[in-house]
Structures are given as C-alpha cells and as structure tokens.
Design a protein around this ligand. Structure first.
Ligand code: MN
Length: 192
C-alpha cells in the first residue's frame, strides 16, 4: 500500500510556546515526511508491499521496521496534542486505571517524566495498556514500538533530539515539563 503523511490536526503554530512552529515544521514536514517517503520506497517489491503499519511494526525488521514504526509513532504523538481545545482528565475508566496503577495523576506524570528524562539516546517513552488491562510505563530505543511486545500504546513522548532541540537545546527536562501542558486528555482516555 502507499503510505501518506497525515496532516497535523492543528495549525503549525497551535502549540506555541511549548512546541514552536519551527519545530513542528521540521518535525512533521521534514522528519515525519521523510519516514513516509523512505517507507514507500522500501516496501516496493518487498513482502510488506501490501502490509499495513501495524503488521510492519509487528513483523518487519531493518529499514522497513524503522521507517514504518516512525511513521506510526509520529502520527500517534502529534494526535495527542491540542492547545485550544485541550481537555482535562475526566473521571472514567482511564482515570480509574491511572489512580489504581500509579496512585494519582501527578505520580504517574512524575514517573513518566523521569522515564523520559533518563532514556539514554534517541527513543520514545510510552504509557501502555498490558493484556491484563493494567497500565505501565516503558521506554523504547530509536523507532521501537511497544505493539511489537503485545502492549497497547496510550500516550507517548518523543525524546529524539529533533523533537525539542530547536526550542530547548540540551534541556530535555524543560521540554518534558511543557509537554504536559499541551496533552489533550480526552484523546488519551479514548485510546485506553
Ligand atoms: Mn520525532
């Protein structure tokens, strides 16, 4: 199948000042776009030519896996933000699970932030739902995606330097602190 770059679900300046227009233009229009282009070139003539992204993430290796997972990861990351129409965490099944498995939303955020700060090198931090329904935080390196291990992604933070370097330089912790201010919790709760 031919993969396409999804449009951002908001204007490129909608997340300022937490994530600048310039960062989003590079991150979406250049990086995300390049993963789509690379993936389309790589699957041509391969056994994954007709595969969807989830199949690629579960079964592919090498460049097809790396680019396919990065296409999926970035779409998932960009979809969870919304500055103007942001929704707070409401009572419900997801909120219950956060309190049950972490104690409170603040404790969860601290643990997730810490996992994001301490991830060595390029990668992603994930809130995942395990097959038994409980929540957990996992770190993955480079393009890796928890679906490969049978986990359902709920929330993610991109800690590749390209996600924050223009705005925050080496201050990854500041990027993560501001990351929480643009999370749309209605999107996250729906994923759960
Ligand atoms: Mn990225």
């Amino acid at each position: 199948m031919i993969f396409e770059l999804p449009n951002l679900p908001y204007a490129s300046d909608a997340l300022e000042p937490m994530i600048s227009k310039k960062t989003l233009e590079f991150h979406h229009d250049k990086h995300h776009a390049a993963y789509v282009t690379n993936l389309n070139n790589l699957v041509k003539g391969s056994k994954f030519e007709e595969a969807d992204l989830e199949t690629i993430i579960k079964y592919a290796d090498g460049g097809i896996f790396n680019n396919g997972a990065q296409v999926w990861n970035h779409t998932f990351y960009f979809e969870q933000f919304g500055k103007d129409k942001i929704h707070m965490l409401k009572n419900g099944a997801f909120s219950d699970a956060v309190y049950r498995d972490f104690g409170s939303l603040d404790i969860f955020k601290d643990k997730f932030s810490n996992a994001s700060k301490t991830l060595f090198g390029s990668g992603w931090t994930w809130l995942v739902k395990k097959p038994d329904g409980t929540l957990d935080i996992v770190q993955t390196s480079n393009a890796a995606n928890p679906m490969r291990d049978g986990l359902k992604p709920i929330l993610t933070c991109d800690v590749w330097e390209h996600a924050y370097y223009i705005d925050y330089q080496n201050k990854r912790a500041d990027y993560i602190e501001n990351f929480w201010k643009i999370i749309d919790w209605a999107v996250i709760a729906k994923r759960y």
